[in-house]
Ligand binder design. Structure first.
Ligand code: ATP
Ligand code: MG
Length: 422
């Protein structure tokens, strides 16, 4: 029979890769604990309207990338393409916003129907932070610092923080009019996607991935020039806070989030080692979203890191380190029914005592089992043959050095190994 394949853009994470993922997750968990950020887990499936309202019909995500279907009750459902809308929905639904500021993180798979390529999949993973109910400029810098420090702690180098301010909705209404006039005047030179966006979502044109459009936009009016005095002052405070934290940044006036509920700070953390998919982390302030989803007016700031891109940035050396961390200390070799049962017992006892132990289950000749013991990288082998089994002892062999063989009771062998490793 033909074996079946996974769906396009849906990727298996094999054991050789999962150690790196687990390290990222463990580091993030501990990092968030210190930052007073608690985990929230929401369903992968939500009503479609949540994303239509929470991300916006005019975006690529909602317009062309969602996995949407009717369930058996004829409700339109969507596999979550991102985490923020679900987190905000849950916070409203469970009244969390009446309990003071919420500092939340989430992680897990997201789904977008995109063209798969390096760093772009149809099921991909994000880890994200949302600070709900915080309004001050320093909180924007704090949110950025939580992402920046996490990436530093993971050992990702060569990153760049790009920063912009989108001002207030009023600032953007003024800017939008200026921008649309300029885009109309240059309509013929724009790519067709951007031409359409002049009416649907003109700010998103600034985010175009078309190189010719990008070059043309160098002459477009910028949002920075359209910001009112208060927005300028707020942006200056964010920058001062980042400078105090010694987090370097570059201003990118074309960095936008195309929706009305975004305001003030927008940022991306990028790497020059990722080719076209350069953004590892994207985020910003979204003061209008909670209301847009039916909750109380609540200022908020957040971000999401794409884990596949993060993994691409972590060096191969890391994979080696992770493999070393899983190398057994003890490899248990046995032959014969009673010996095999005692080998199983010794292996499980060793694990209970905190040692990494592996048991050879092949029943093959001792010579073959010793070869596998060598390949496992374990420094010690415990050998149980029929005679040892009858005597209740094991032979402990030094696989790396030339220490003498020891014939010990199983319990003694274990205490000896435990002592050795502590
Ligand atoms: P891009 O411009 O690369 O499509 P985006 O603006 O759609 O990114 P966000 O919605 O801001 O991305 O998501 C935050 C992060 O999630 C991105 O910076 C990226 O690291 C990751 N990400 C987004 N889409 C994908 C995908 N299809 N595959 C892998 N990672 C993704
Ligand atoms: Mg995208």
């Amino acid at each position: 029979m033909e074996p079946l394949q996974s769906l396009r853009g849906m990727v298996d994470l094999l054991p050789s890769a999962t150690a790196t993922w687990q390290r990222i997750e463990a580091t993030a968990r501990e990092h968030f604990r210190r930052a007073g950020v608690s985990e929230i887990r929401t369903p992968l499936l939500e009503v479609t309207e949540l994303f239509a309202r929470g991300i916006g019909e005019a975006t690529d995500v909602v317009g062309k990338e969602m996995y949407t279907f009717l369930d058996r009750g004829e409700r339109s459902c969507t596999l979550r393409p991102e985490g923020t809308a679900s987190v905000v929905r849950a916070a409203i639904q469970h009244g969390l916003l009446n309990q003071g500021p919420q500092r939340l993180w989430y992680g897990g798979p997201m789904f977008r129907y995109e063209r798969p390529q390096a760093g772009r999949q149809r099921q991909f993973h994000q880890i994200g932070v949302e600070l709900l109910g915080v309004a001050d400029a320093e909180s924007d810098a704090e949110a950025i610092a939580v992402a920046w420090d996490l990436l530093a702690e993971l050992g990702v180098g060569g990153l760049q923080l790009e920063l912009n301010s989108l001002g207030t909705p009023d600032d953007r209404v003024r800017y939008r009019a200026e921008l649309v006039a300029w885009l109309e005047a240059h309509r013929e030179q724009l790519d067709s996607d951007s031409q359409q966006r002049i009416t649907t979502n003109p700010l998103r044109v600034l985010d175009s991935k078309n190189p010719a459009t990008q070059a043309l936009l160098a002459g477009a009016p910028t949002l920075a020039d359209a910001l009112a005095g208060e927005s300028h002052e707020r942006f200056a405070r964010v920058r001062l806070a980042l400078e105090a934290l010694e987090i370097p940044f570059v201003l990118n006036p074309r960095l936008v989030r195309g929706l009305d509920y975004y305001s003030h700070t927008a940022f991306e953390i990028t790497s020059n080692q990722l080719g076209a998919q350069a953004t590892v982390c994207g985020g910003g302030r979204y003061d209008g979203l909670v209301q847009q989803l039916g909750g109380p007016a609540t200022p908020a700031v957040g971000w999401a890191i794409g884990l596949e891109r993060l993994v691409l940035l972590l060096s191969q050396a890391e994979a080696g380190e992770a493999a070393a961390a899983a190398t057994p200390l003890l490899y248990v070799i046995s032959r014969g029914e009673l010996a095999e049962r005692q080998a199983l017992l010794l292996t499980c006892r060793a694990r209970q005592a905190g040692l990494i132990a592996e048991r050879d289950s092949s029943g093959a000749a001792f010579g073959k089992q010793f070869k596998r013991a060598d390949r496992s990288g374990a420094p010690w082998a415990a050998v149980i043959g029929e005679r040892e089994a009858a005597d209740g002892v094991v032979v402990l062999k030094d696989l790396r050095g030339d220490g003498p063989e020891q014939r010990l009771a199983a319990g003694e062998a274990l205490s000896w190994l435990v002592e050795l490793t502590t």
